[in-house]
Every structure is written in C-alpha cells, then in structure tokens.
Design a protein around this ligand. Structure first.
Ligand code: ZN
Ligand code: ZN
Length: 365
C-alpha cells in the first residue's frame, strides 16, 4: 500500500515527505496506522550522523496508533487495538529470556539495522529500498509494519496523541528510577538534564517516594518546569557548582544520581555528587569514542555503584501499561512534557527539541 513518510536522505538535511510503498504484513508482523509519534534525541543523533545507520531511512521510534492488520502468527493484538510501539528484541537470547530485552544480543541489528532479520526492508520508492524498522518501528510515517514484539497494547481510554513517548524517552527515564536504581522512600536523588528523560525520571522519583529531588540543567526555563513538576531543588549548572550544592543540600551527597546528557563532564559530576555507596546511572547517549575521566582515589573511598541503562531496562509489554495506569490515577503527569505538532511540521519539531523550546515534541498524523 502507499503511505506518506518523512524520509531522512542525507545527514543533517531536513526530513523530506515522500510517498512510499509499504509491504503487506508478514506472518509475524503487525501493521499499525500511526496516530502520533514522539521525536526523541536519538532520531536527531541518527539524522545528524552521530549514530550511523543506512540511508535513506524512515526514523521515528515513539509511535502510537491503531492496529490495522495482523499476520497469521500474531496473537497478542487484534485489529482495532490501541498500541504503543517499542523497541524490538529477539525474544530468545539469555537477556530476553531473563526479562531484559533492552540488552537483547541482537539489539543493534534489530533496531539500527534498517531492515528485517532476513535483510529485507518493508519500504521502497520506485523499487529502491528505503530502510525501515528503525528502532523496530520507523514511525515517522502514516503506517508501519512492525514485529509483534514491538507492539504494546494500551487502554483506549487515554489519547494516543500522548502515549507514543512511552515507547522510548519516558520509559527510559522512569524505568531507570523504578526498575534499576529503585530508590528507597525518603532517599535523595540528583538528575542531570531536564529533557523528557530527566523529567520522566523526576516524575518516577516522586512515585518512588524520594524526599529530595534535585534537578540540574543550564536552561532556566526548563528548571522552572522541573520545579513545577515537583523537584525540591533546582541548580543551574551554567552558573553554579552543581556538585558542591548537591553535597550542601544532601549532607554527604545524593543517594542516587542520573546523567541523561551523555556529556563527559556531567558524567563526572554525577559520580562526584554521590554519597558513600551511592548509585548512579548513565542514560544519555554519547558518540562512540567519547571518554570521561574519574578520580579513582575518591572512587575507592566513596565506593559508588555506577551503571548504565538502556530503555529503562523495561519489558515494554508490562512497564508501559503500568505507566499508563499511573497516569490515569494522576500519579505520573507526563502529559505536561508534551507539545503536539502536525506531521507536516516535523522539521520544526526537531528544531524545537534541539533548542530546548519543547521538552517532548509529538507529531500527529
Ligand atoms: Zn534477545
Ligand atoms: Zn529514543
């Protein structure tokens, strides 16, 4: 069938709207009519050539929509179901089988390979293949064929215009707190970066019962929003000594820390801001080859646990409905991070995400 997609043809260039041919669904695939798709930092990293993939490609990996067709082997969803699209995973490797599909042994190929496992793509223009299945989806398009494992059924009681970002950014922030760091009620946490991931981590820290939640950013307006969302303290890292202030607020340092920026200096600050035996998690993507230095003398004395987290270490099929449930109960107001744009304005949505004007742009089809 013919679909309309925003195609990335060359690095750094705006996305171009094109009519593409989409394959019929295969036995293990689901065709989704997209209602909305979030713009994530990773889309921009790929468009800007920081993370390599094959071009031309249809990006987009925070899709939400309605099931339009299913392959013969698909049982998890039915035509008409509301779904959020998540990353793909093989379902058979040790990480998948132990409930950690974000660490699937085949993750790079399934999510950044630009094609199905058999090497085919689902999209073409004039018989030239266009890379598909980006992050399991390629959802900057009116329709997408995705593997059944990429599909998460969600209740039809919440607008699909809101739910796409649960497929990546929101889950990344919330899952890092609720699935990995698991802060105790009454503990302290410092979160570097107040984008969608950082603010989702903030909302999750409130769910977890953290009593001290410190947000660090360099954009004053973003810090205002973080305070509005429930941060107990905000620090402008541009003018202030973030580590010193975190130590002042928390006594020995924060129990937990998250770096959503992937910036080498911030990574160091995240570790230095921790209390003895505190735990820190890196979630911000950096270009391959980026190195950071740490003071290993202080590292031993403080003995922190430092980890890194992909996609909130979540099982999308259980974690996304859990977040939707929290949202419906008023306990996880992630809608405050979202601004919608018509699909035609997708390049503006990218620009607004890059400049920080919009925390989480979502294009609506
Ligand atoms: Zn796997
Ligand atoms: Zn993402």
């Amino acid at each position: 069938m013919k679909i309309t997609a925003a195609v990335a043809r060359s690095v750094h260039a705006p996305l171009e709207f094109e009519t593409l041919e989409l394959d019929d669904v295969r036995d293990d695939e689901v065709r989704v009519r997209l209602v909305a798709a979030g713009v994530c930092h990773t889309d921009a990293l790929v468009r800007n050539g920081v993370l390599p993939t094959s071009l031309p490609v249809v990006l987009g990996h925070e899709g939400a929509g309605i099931v339009e067709a299913i392959g013969e082997g698909v049982t998890a969803v039915a035509v008409g179901d509301h779904v959020v699209l998540g990353f793909n995973s093989c379902g058979a490797c040790p990480q998948c089988e132990s409930g950690h599909p974000a660490y699937c042994a085949d993750f790079p190929r399934l999510n950044f390979g630009g094609q199905r496992v058999d090497g085919t793509t689902s999209l073409r223009t004039d018989s030239h293949p266009v890379a598909s299945h980006f992050f399991g989806q390629s959802s900057f398009a009116t329709h997408a064929n995705v593997a059944a494992r990429s599909v998460v059924k969600v209740p039809s009681t919440v607008s699909l215009e809101l739910l796409g970002p649960l497929g990546c950014g929101i889950t990344t922030g919330a899952g890092t707190v609720l699935n990995v760091l698991r802060p105790e009620s009454g503990s302290s946490i410092v979160i570097f970066g107040t984008g969608a991931v950082g603010n989702a981590a903030l909302l999750a820290a409130i769910v977890a019962g953290c009593s001290t939640i410190i947000m660090v950013d360099v954009v004053e307006k973003r810090l205002e929003l973080a305070r509005h969302l429930g941060a107990t303290h905000v620090i402008n890292g541009l003018h202030e000594d973030a580590v010193g202030i975190v130590r002042e607020i928390t006594g020995p340092g924060a129990h937990y820390a998250i770096d959503t920026t992937g910036n080498a200096e911030v990574f160091r600050q995240m570790i230095d801001a921790l209390a003895p035996q505190g735990s820190a998690a890196l979630v911000g993507a950096a270009a391959p080859g980026t190195e950071a230095s740490i003071d290993i003398g202080a590292f031993l004395v403080n003995s922190p646990t430092v980890t890194a987290v992909i996609e909130g270490d979540a099982i999308p099929q259980t974690f996304i409905p859990y977040l939707v449930d929290l949202y419906e109960k008023g306990l996880f107001p992630f809608d405050q991070l979202i601004k919608t744009y018509p699909f035609a304005d997708i390049n503006q949505a990218f620009a607004d995400s890059e400049t920080g004007v919009t925390i989480k742009p979502v294009v609506v089809f």
